[in-house]
Design a protein around this ligand. Sequence first.
Ligand code: ZN
Length: 357
Amino acid sequence: MPHTLITARWLVTPKAESAAATVDVLANGGIAIDDAGIIVAVGPTDELVANVPFEQRLSLPDHILAPGLVNAHCHCAMTLLRGAADDLPLDRWLKERIWPMEAELLDEQFVSVGSRLAALEMLQGGTTTCADMYFYSQAAAEAYLSVGQRAVLALPVIDFPTRYAADVDGYISLGLAARDRFVDEPLLSFCLAPHAPYTASDNTFQRVLSFAEELRIGIHTHLHETAGEVSGAIGQSGERPVARLARLGVLGPGFFAAHCVHFNSADIDALARHGASAVHCPSSNLKLASGIAPVAALLAAGVNVGLGTDGAASNNRLDMFEEMRLAALIGKVARPYSILYLTLSMPRRAPTSRTSG
Ligand SMILES: [Zn+2]
């Protein structure tokens, strides 16, 4: 079978034996792919050239060849609202700027153009898969297919009317119609997305859960994004949102939550116990001054943690390398013992410098 050889200055591959998200980096490496696009060999360039018969070779002397990045939380069509609301906390950002703009602008064409722009931007930056929570899911699906972007369409459900749907029944039926239409597309998959605990009632979460269980699809939501979300929920019902979702039976291996910033040890334990996943969105959490998610503690508890950009309106980029860099940097500040560690590891001034000088 003829092969195509792709060789690059650097080859990055996941460590197969490691459960953690670590990689091997090889200088001058490549892959061979067959006619069906399946990778059939991986290794040093000179070994591939010597041992794998190939029909054509793509040489990338200045590139990194790596698996596609996964943007685990985005609102893709919001590329059209990039920079439209800056320097506001989440509550005012949503209520004073984003929701009023969406009430005026949202339609199928907005989502088609915005999602296509987002997909192209992500593909250029090495992101080949995104989880997209937004309205007009059919228009978004067509946009991804038109450019070859892999997407998990998070079908939105929210307790108030928008231009997209009038009520919870409307959101669910529109979302499931999109799934029915595109369910056989290999690049697309689906989950249900109640927007957040503060915009979806118990009844909405229960209805979503019953459809998710019946269709064996996941559930995606925003969770504990701000301190106000958590204190507001406690003020209303005495219950933290994570505890509420656990009581409703929503937490499970198919559940993945964006942000998870204001988590205590019980919240972290609940996600770990139910096999649920968290999505860290550092740029968004900084732009909206939401806080810093306790990622090290989540990982230590065994929670699967992904990275996301959130929508371009709360970032203002869709650059996963930027998210990786920020996650690494702010994670050091967020660890409570990091300052102590730095203090202890500072080199002491040699006593001889005083006596001899
Ligand atoms: Zn979001």
